[in-house]
Design a protein around this ligand. Sequence first.
Ligand code: ADP
Length: 387
Amino acid sequence: MAAESPFSNPHVQVALLGGGQLGKMVLAEARRMDISVRVLDPSADAPCRLGAERFEVGSFQDYDTVVSFAQGASAVGIEIESVNADALETLEQQGIPCFPPSRVLRVIQDKVRQKEFYAAQGLPTSDFTRYESLSALRSAVTSGQQTLPFVWKLGQGGYDGFGVSIIRSMDDLNALTEGICIAESLVPIATEIGVVVARNSAGEVTCFPPVEMEFHPVANQVEFVVCPASLPAESLAQAEALAVQVAEAFDTLGLLAVELFYTTDGHWLVNEVAPRPHNSGHLTIEGCSTSQFEQMLRAMCELPFGDTSLRQPAVMANIVGAEGFSGPVRYEGLGQALQTPGTAFHIYGKSQTRPFRKMGHLTAVGATVDEARARAAAARDALHVKA
Ligand code: ADP
């Protein structure tokens, strides 16, 4: 670890690719710790437009733009996976470390390569078959070689749930996008757990307490992210150990958010990972001694990792655009919501709302998980994101 402090140190210059809400939360921690961050995003209206040392409008998918944007930086980080990996590789060759390294990003950017990586490393993951095209998958289903049901995942180009689909019938195949894909066996999931791991250039690894996704019984979307998770301590220790094993296998740098399935027969499977701050780690801001965003900066600035222990039970809920409203955003009921005890609001600063668009989140803490969940529900129910 560098003996020198990075604070106000002109030699520590973090370059961040992507200027969305995750970047905005990185900036908040960077400001607090006096770390200089420049941000690149294609939208002049991005949440990171305020609070960055320098905010540049440009494409993080364009090789030349990324390489020139990062010149003079001491480390490069991402808050979105779809950045130009070739540019990261060039920057690494110039001696600028990237978080994550380009070779890790390339594997993660492709869901097929990612699954093949877990299989090759002997990490537990659901069984799957790779198909070179949609027509190859279709003929395998027709011939009975590929049995129904299964989970279809597109290798590249999927985003926000597009690119993942549960296939129960031949008809379901018609809605799928062309491309190299996998058919994954449907896992009997008891619960879904997320573990954010951080790893630095000295090979030190730290991990945040596992969080549990609670799904809305009707909408089938994650309603609350809860910490501590409801599983026995022994099972959660296994989840942490597996998440750390995944980060070590990738030999990654910076954050790795590991999504795990806990099966109904008590096994852990790796679903997928994200090499950046993650929605499942938002509650670390209010719940833990160090947040995932600070931990990412510590890794990038060669500072020792902070204490990740949970200070108090915490529950996070996303604040999404109400159904039926699109246009300039209006937060109805914010006055009442803001009075909820133990609850912190994060409004991302997106000017336009759309149905289900992530516009912010809130985290409630409490003496117990039940108290924190009740507060999160009350605050969320009082708030309506409309146009
Ligand atoms: P995305 O990148 O769109 O989030 P995921 O791989 O995380 O895609 O899948 C989204 C959700 O689909 C998971 O959170 C889980 O609920 C469900 N899912 C994914 N894979 C499987 C599987 N093999 N078996 C059962 N459910 C799955």
